[in-house]
Design a protein around this ligand. Sequence first.
Ligand SMILES: [Zn+2]
Length: 88
Amino acid sequence: MPAESREEAYGRALGRVLAHELYHVFAKTINHGSCGVGKSKFTVEELLSVSLQFDAGESLALRTSETHTALERAGILKGTSSFSAEHF
Ligand SMILES: [Zn+2]
């Protein structure tokens, strides 16, 4: 893999791990899902795939979280109705 591609892959994988950890913080949960960003473990393919989404339960937990409410009140999440890895 060329150096530029390795950097991009590393950044994408790191972003996915960060999204996972922020999910725990914002949703105030230690639980893991069976698919999506909330899984307890990721394969290399998942870390490097074009898209990795939150599942419906994770998305609901984030939309109903205190953090989401606070960000909406601050005008930071205007009209945001779903979360996906692209948000991170
Ligand atoms: Zn976790």
